[in-house]
Structure formats: structure tokens, C-alpha cells
Design a protein around this ligand. Structure first.
Ligand SMILES: N[C@@H](CCC(=O)N[C@@H](CS)C(=O)NCC(=O)O)C(=O)O
Length: 230
């Protein structure tokens, strides 16, 4: 299938946008990046994603596709001649989707919870949830899809690598803000190595945000959210 017209509405700070970027990079699809301005929503975004009004939105030949994981699956199906992103085995596919849903529904909200917690008890509970999630994923990495290879997807970055790896920038920011380590060589040795390989991959290295730059953005965002409303 020809690349035709591929546009991505996004922002450099968004882990969900990064999912679409990595998928497009893996398939070597050229696209135009339409950056949203922080704090406002463009007409194109509102028109393209009227239900959620969120980024990312992929626009392929003038047709919008919303929701990052839906976009990744769409890219995999449309440009099927490139390397596969979803596992070919139905069971492996189901497991990868299960963990992607867990990451979005439980794990990343816990990361956000650390930054937003007003009290120490809530902060500690969120930290524990993040640690528990990493322990689950460390175990999953060893026992399932990776089968001793570099990535959850095997030799190459796949669906769960994208779904999880997109959060590494925000995980590092959270580590810095809280002066702690989540991924380390002792407690999560496999995820530690996986994260290094993931960030160094050609499909990822140019879209993974610089941690210090993201940290500055996070500080401003948290201060804005915490500021008393008039
Ligand atoms: N479930 C959505 C989440 C997307 C999302 O939360 N995007 C954020 C940026 S990281 C957004 O557009 N936020 C604007 C808003 O909530 O109004 C996906 O996977 O695409």
C-alpha cells in the first residue's frame, strides 16, 4: 500500500503519541507531524477526534483514526508488508493486549498518582503500585513472548514493547522527581536491559523525549494542576 497522505496530530510530551510514531518508524512510513500547542486544541483535532478531543490522531488519506493502541494496530494492518508489530500467534496477541490494557488502566495512572499525590500516604501507595506493576512485567518478560530475546516482541520491537516503552520518559521523570529508581539491575534486571535496548532502537531514539526537558515540562504541568482554581 502506498504511503499516500499520512499525518499525525500530536505533541512531543505525549507517550501515547510516541506509540504511533514508533509504529510508523518501524514500518518506514513518512508522515507529517502536526504539533498541538500546549493548553489549546486545534480545529483539526476537535474535528478529527470529537469524542475524546485527545492526541494522538492519525490522519490517513483524510480519514482520522483515534486512540493510540487502535492506531498502532491500524498501522500494522495497513502496512502489513513491513515488520509485524502484533504477535502472529492468537494467544500471544491476547496476552500482549492484556498487558497493554493493564498499563493504560492501572500502571500509568499510578505513575501520574505519584506526581499528583497531596499526601505522603497516597504517594507511597502509588509508588507501591508502580513497583508491583514492574514486578509483574519483569515476570512476564521472562516467561512469555520474549523467550530469552531482547524485546517482548522477540528479536524486534512489538506491540507490548511500544505500549510499555512509550512510558519510559515519564518513568525516568518520576524517578528524578522522587529521587528514586524504579528500573534497576537488581530488582528488574530484564526490564533494565530491555529499556536500554528499546531506547537505543532506530525506531525509538529520535522520538524518546530528553528526560531533563520532560522534567521541566512536568514541573510546570504539576504546578498548574495544583494551583488553586479561581
Ligand atoms: N487513551 C488515549 C489517551 C490519549 C491521551 O490521554 N492524550 C493526552 C495527551 S498525553 C491528551 O490529549 N490530553 C488532552 C486532554 O485530556 O484534554 C490514547 O491511548 O490515545
Amino acid at each position: 500500500m502506498a504511503n499516500n497522505d499520512v499525518k499525525l496530530i500530536g505533541a512531543w510530551t505525549s507517550p501515547y503519541v510516541m506509540r504511533a510514531q514508533i509504529a510508523l518508524n518501524l514500518k518506514s512510513i513518512k508522515y507529517e507531524f502536526l504539533a498541538e500547542k500546549t493548553g489549546s486544541k486545534s480545529e483539526l483535532l476537535l474535528k478529527s477526534n470529537p469524542v475524546h478531543k485527545k492526541i494522538p490522531v492519525l490522519i490517513h488519506d483524510d480519514k482520522p483514526i483515534c486512540e493510540s493502541l487502535v492506531i498502532v494496530q491500524y498501522i500494522d494492518e495497513v502496512w502489513s508488508s513491513g515488520p509485524s508489530i502484533l504477535p502472529s500467534d492468537p494467544y500471544d496477541r491476547a496476552i500482549a493486549r492484556f498487558w497493554a490494557a493493564y498499563l493504560d488502566d492501572k500502571w500509568f495512572p499510578a505513575i501520574k498518582g505519584i506526581g499528583m499525590a497531596k499526601e505522603e500516604e497516597a504517594r507511597k501507595a502509588a509508588i507501591e503500585q508502580v513497583r508491583q506493576g514492574l514486578a509483574y512485567l519483569e515476570e512476564e518478560f521472562v516467561k512469555s513472548s520474549s523467550k530469552g530475546k531482547d524485546f517482548f516482541g522477540g528479536d524486534k520491537i512489538g506491540y507490548l514493547d511500544i505500549a510499555f516503552g512509550c512510558f519510559l520518559g515519564w518513568l525516568r521523570v518520576t524517578e528524578k522527581m522522587n529521587n528514586m529508581k524504579f528500573l534497576d539491575e537488581i530488582k528488574t534486571p530484564n526490564l533494565f536491559k530491555w529499556a536500554e535496548k528499546f531506547c537505543a532502537d532506530d525506531s525509538v531514539k529520535d522520538v524518546m523525549p530528553d528526560t531533563d526537558k520532560l522534567l521541566e515540562f512536568a514541573k510546570i504541568l504539576i504546578a498548574k494542576i495544583r494551583a488553586p482554581q479561581n
